[in-house]
Design a protein around this ligand. Structure first.
Ligand code: ATP
Length: 382
């Protein structure tokens, strides 16, 4: 579905945005369906002018509900919601309807008007502009999204990906202050998705629209977002830049949401936790505390060694043996059996850039990139 609001000129937006460092603000928003199903629970977030914020999380965590509240498609039950400092909705009170919010919406199932050609679809929300200007603006957006050649085509003659581009152009046409995008690329195949999200990001940044984008795909969020809000069970578990979430996760859920990890639990001894690939520092945990260690597959450095040399030179704590290796494309996934100095044994996975396919049984030396190794108190997390 795509909804448009009355056009606001680029000039008026340019003068309006500097007065408010925050474009969209949601504070302590809570939403309950049917009086029982808590979909959003005490969520606060902001989107700045020109900023792309991704709502990321597993199915059912409340992303779409939050987006629909921002759009005005769902009433605000509890909390605060404002655009450029002006309340959009007051629980049980004033509610600015979607078409008056200066927001552009593009949802996964965005339907174009079947009886209108592509150019007319994109120009639909610009009826207040003179025909020439409307046409010019719609064409400019179609060009930016690589769809200018289809201006006179009807929607049913377009592929799904082409229709999504047109839907995005239509949502962007009135130059909304805020774009709300719900899984806009999810029905596309992998290569087309990459292309369209790249084009979309360029257009969003060029027009300077603040954007709240829903996705369940961590890679998409990393690519698109200036900041990511990672959600679980209606709550934001962590909000920050892609680098902060990936490199400074505050919760085990954040680590595991970005991909499979090797995990161990153990006790803190002398400020460290023993693992089959060597001790890991646990400075934030008390001596004797139970700890959960999470090691990303790319944190393991794997070097084939000759067994006799290895036995003489390598620390036994850093030894392993290849079970099998698989080429994933840009990287290789190596399944290993590791044996710790304390006699502990474990199977683990290493992800190595490029083609790295050691034979099963190959002895290897293992080193650990501690920047991709995380320690949490046992039992912590969402
Ligand atoms: N109209 C509704 N009536 C009742 N419950 C609903 C309704 N819409 C959503 N829910 C429930 O609210 C919770 C959050 O749903 P929501 O669609 O916001 O999650 P989501 O993160 O967007 O999920 P997905 O990625 O699958 O779209 C879910 O448990 C869902 O079943």
């Amino acid at each position: 579905m795509t909804t448009m609001t009355s056009p606001s000129s680029e000039a008026s937006r340019a003068t309006a945005t500097p007065r408010h460092a925050t474009l969209l603000a949601m504070r302590h928003v809570r939403h309950v369906y049917d009086g029982a199903q808590v979909a959003v629970d005490d969520v606060s977030l902001t989107v700045g002018p020109g900023e792309v914020v991704c709502l990321l999380g597993p199915s059912g965590c409340g992303k779409t509900t939050l987006l629909r509240i921002a759009a005005g498609l769902e009433a605000l039950q509890e909390g605060e919601l404002s655009l450029r400092g002006e309340p959009l909705s007051v629980p049980g009170g004033r509610h600015v309807p979607p078409e008056k919010r200066s927001v552009g919406l593009a949802f996964q199932d965005s339907a174009l008007f079947p009886h209108l050609r592509v150019l007319e679809n994109v120009g639909f929300g610009l009826e207040s502009l003179p025909a020439g200007e409307r046409r010019e603006r719609a064409m400019a957006l179609l060009e930016q999204l690589g769809m200018a050649d289809y201006a006179r085509t009807y929607p049913h003659q377009l592929s799904g990906g082409q229709q999504q581009r047109v839907a995005l152009a239509r949502a962007l046409a009135p130059a909304p202050a805020l774009m709300l995008l719900d899984e806009p690329f999810s029905s596309l195949d992998a290569r087309l998705r990459e292309q369209i999200r790249d084009d979309t990001l360029h257009v969003l940044k060029r027009v300077g629209a603040g954007t709240l984008l829903v996705t369940h795909d961590p890679e998409e969020a990393m690519f698109m977002a200036d900041r990511i809000a990672l959600m679980h069970d209606g709550r934001i578990i962590q909000m920050g830049t892609p680098r902060e979430l990936y490199c400074e996760p505050e919760d085990p859920f954040v680590v595991s949401f970005f991909g499979a990890v090797n995990e161990w639990s153990g006790e803190v001894r002398d400020g460290r936790v023993a693992t089959p690939v060597g001790p890991v520092a646990a400075p934030a945990l008390a001596e004797g505390a139970r700890a959960r260690v999470m090691i990303r597959p790319e944190a393991l450095r794997v070097t084939p060694v000759e067994l006799p040399d290895d036995e003489r030179r390598e620390e036994p704590a850093r030894r392993g043996q290849v079970i099998q290796a698989r080429l994933l494309g840009r990287s290789s996934l190596v399944q290993l059996h590791a044996r710790g100095a304390d006699g502990s044994e474990a199977n683990l996975q290493a992800q190595v850039p490029g083609v790295f396919l050691p034979e099963p049984g190959q002895p290897v030396a293992l080193a650990l990139d501690t920047s991709q190794t995380f320690v949490f108190p046992a039992g912590a997390g969402a």
